[in-house]
Design a protein around this ligand. Structure first.
Ligand code: FHN
Length: 692
């Protein structure tokens, strides 16, 4: 038996939940956490508000219109010039009760306002600085007005407070472009005292504050030691206040989860993204914008659709998280109309369906074809809220992979709770639905089941290529221990049934492989058929003419034949990224092999400087020396403004006998004129070469 190459692939369809390598625990996990977190875990939905001096330029500085709350840095505005905004800040339209009412009507349970963002400007009357709202023509304490309005309307109030401070003379480091602003005499410990003093102000002078949402913790001057001191200082002032994990230094970037058991903080903070799967027993909150900016940007009209927003809310809740949705008010203090319109629509849905969000836990399914599932415990069983975004034309909704006894089902919008017909069928539980969905976007069905959810996931397999035998070993990821459960499979693409091969132990199969498997429970098919198609090139050796960027090298060259395709998230660890350079991959099929098609994946994400290639070439050779052309595709470099997409270049050719196949992806190398990175190094991202 050859040494199997470590290439493993989890079968398409359902994948094993990656064990949660990041811990949300904290060294100072105290017994009070569950009590402290109870309201937060039930709330599920909050409003983020980014507001400050940066709302005045509204994203524009000189010709550029792509700024927002980072404008002092991204437009490199000297301190003296930025400070002039203080005398312009006069939000005469600001009405705290209006803001709170918009949040409440949207179904939001808490508001997180930027008490101080990175620019250092304070929206409250601080005795520790004059760089605050009392120095503006407005001269009103915004934190006080908002906190009072929240209390009046039974809304929890929370503060976002930036550790990073581009204004305070003792904060370090300076911005690298601030060459005229000496750091002479700056004392970070003195800044730390200032930070603590202001934290004390904002959590003791405005009534009961529910969450301290730290940010800007990533610079080298901040440390776990400072975090420990600050955490203890806060706990002594208010043992019940919830603190996010950005007080500490262990956040895993925008994924927002902790990378260290020592990490402080009560919840993880994914930003602009939603974790792939839920994390049982972990608290996390995805914060996201309504368009592309946190602070107000007058020219940003890229508003998320109501459907996408509702899907995010439900997707997050179905994984046990909270959704913190941001508004960026204007300089006058108004919440932009496109924001309030979307929040109003969310509120209309929540008015009917909030029971399927508030107080729910993560659903038991890894994936559902028609939508999402949230869950509550009821006496003797579980209540599942089935969020149906794709109403079945057949009028039959299948809840697959569930082996529980169904008790009853009804439409959440039906106050009479008229029972829906339920049948246990091959594959799962079938619910008969009315022909018309009660909601145009997301209709919720309540399904009560006996006991706690028992879901039998579709089988997952790993595939290991053995060059010695030129075969693939197919191994089931998790052994079947329950005698009532059997897994059947086929290797020829036919639909497996209990008449097919029963999986007992790893199987050796030839390439290309069209693998299918299905699970039976108590002699009844349960769940869906899961499939994996492996090309001739699977597991074959790949060499690269030039290495990819260190930041985006996935698992190295072998990632190009591991059958794991990159996703739209360029940081998913599956793409090979080449900065300013071409990508040239050479696949060694191990011996002369007949092939008649080739394909390669590439990514387009123009705002991240990842462009379509300008040419893709495929050549072949039998001896590794003399190459002949197979495919050639030229792209128009002028048409660079393509939407974000995962793409594949794929084509067929007359059958040839090849041992070596060379794929060259030509990079435009430089960001084009008119692009925000004009003149900078352009990237090509490639993945998965398939030869058949
Ligand atoms: O730099 C900030 C950004 O301005 C915004 O406040 C977001 C929202 O969480 N947090 C930081 C970026 O990760």
């Amino acid at each position: 038996m050859g040494i199997f190459r470590s290439l493993m692939m989890m079968i398409a369809g359902l994948l094993l939940i990656a064990s949660n390598v990041f811990s949300q625990g904290s060294a100072t996990q105290d017994g009070g956490k569950d009590a402290r977190m109870q309201w937060w875990r039930e709330a599920r939905f909050g409003m983020f508000i980014h507001w400050g001096l940066y709302s005045i330029p509204a994203g524009q500085w000189n010709e550029s219109k792509d700024h927002a709350e980072w404008i002092r840095t991204t437009a490199r505005i000297p301190l003296e010039e930025y400070d002039k905004l203080v005398e312009q800040f006069n939000p005469v339209e600001f009405n705290a009760e209006e803001w709170v009412t918009i949040a409440k009507n949207a179904g939001m349970k808490y508001i997180v306002l930027t008490s101080k963002h990175h620019d250092g400007f304070c929206l409250f009357d601080s005795e520790h600085t004059d760089f605050d709202v009392m120095a503006t023509p407005f001269r009103r304490d915004i934190l006080k007005e908002l906190a009072d309005a929240c209390r009046k309307h039974d809304m929890r109030i929370c503060w976002y407070h930036s550790i990073m401070d581009w204004h305070h003379p003792d904060y370090l480091p300076r911005r690298e472009w601030e060459t005229d602003r000496s750091s002479e005499g700056a004392d970070f410990n003195r800044y730390f005292s200032y930070l603590k003093n202001q934290v004390k102000e904002i959590i003791t002078e405005y009534g009961d504050i529910s969450v301290l949402w730290f940010d800007g913790e990533w610079e080298s001057t901040w440390s776990h030691d400072y975090a420990l001191q600050l955490h203890q200082f806060i706990r002594e002032l208010d043992p019940d206040i919830i603190i996010n994990n950005r007080i500490d230094v262990y956040r895993d970037g925008m994924a927002g989860l902790n990378t260290n058991e020592q990490a402080l903080g009560d919840f993880g903070t994914p930003e602009q993204e939603i974790p792939e799967t839920g994390m049982p027993g972990k608290d996390w909150e995805s914060c996201m914008t309504l368009n592309d900016h946190w602070g107000y940007n007058a020219s940003d009209s890229n508003w998320k659709s109501y459907r996408d927003l509702l899907f995010n809310l439900v997707d997050i809740a179905s994984k046990g998280g909270n959704y913190l949705l941001n508004v960026g008010p204007t300089a006058l203090g108004e919440i932009p109309q496109p924001s309030s319109e979307r929040l109003e629509l969310l509120g209309k849905w929540m008015k009917v369906n909030s029971a399927s969000v508030y107080g729910t836990q993560a659903g038991p399914f890894k994936q559902l074809k028609w939508g999402k599932c949230t869950r509550k415990e009821i006496s003797g069983g579980s209540r599942l809220y089935l969020h149906v975004f794709d109403w079945p034309q057949s009028g039959k909704l299948m809840v697959t992979n569930m082996i529980n006894e169904p008790l009853k089902a009804f439409l959440l919008s039906d106050v009479k709770e008229t029972p829906l017909v339920i049948l246990k069928k091959a594959g799962g539980i079938e619910i008969t639905l009315p022909p018309v969905a009660p909601d145009s976007v997301n209709s919720v069905i309540v399904l009560d089941i006996k006991g706690s959810p028992q879901v039998l996931d579709n089988p997952s397999f790993s595939f290991g290529y053995d060059p010695a035998t030129d075969k693939v070993q197919v191994s089931m990821a998790s052994a079947v221990n329950d005698p009532k459960v059997a897994v059947f499979y086929s290797l020829d693409g036919s639909t497996p049934s209990d008449k097919s091969n029963r999986y007992e132990k790893p199987v050796a199969a030839k390439l290309p492989l069209d693998f299918k498997a299905v699970t039976y429970y108590n002699n009844r098919k349960i769940g869906d058929v899961t499939t994996a198609s492996l090309p001739l090139s699977f597991g074959k050796t790949v060499t690269l003419k030039t290495p990819p960027s260190e930041k985006y090298q996935a698992g190295g060259a072998s990632s190009l034949t591991d059958a794991m395709q990159g996703t739209a998230k360029f940081s998913d660890g599956r793409w090979l990224g080449f900065e300013g350079a071409d990508a040239e991959a050479l696949v060694d099929l191990g011996k002369k092999t007949s092939i008649r098609s080739a394909s390669i994946g590439y990514l387009v994400n123009v705002k991240s400087w990842i462009f379509e290639p300008i040419e893709i070439k495929v050549e072949y050779s039998t001896d590794g020396k003399d190459y002949k052309p197979l495919l050639n595709r030229k792209f128009n470099p002028a048409m660079w403004k393509s939407p974000d997409a995962v793409k594949r270049f794929s084509d067929v050719f007359p059958e040839v006998s090849a041992r070596f196949v060379k794929v060259t992806v030509k990079n435009r190398a430089v960001c084009p004129q008119g692009h925000s990175g004009e003149g900078g190094k352009a990237w090509v991202f490639i993945d998965e070469i398939e030869l058949n």
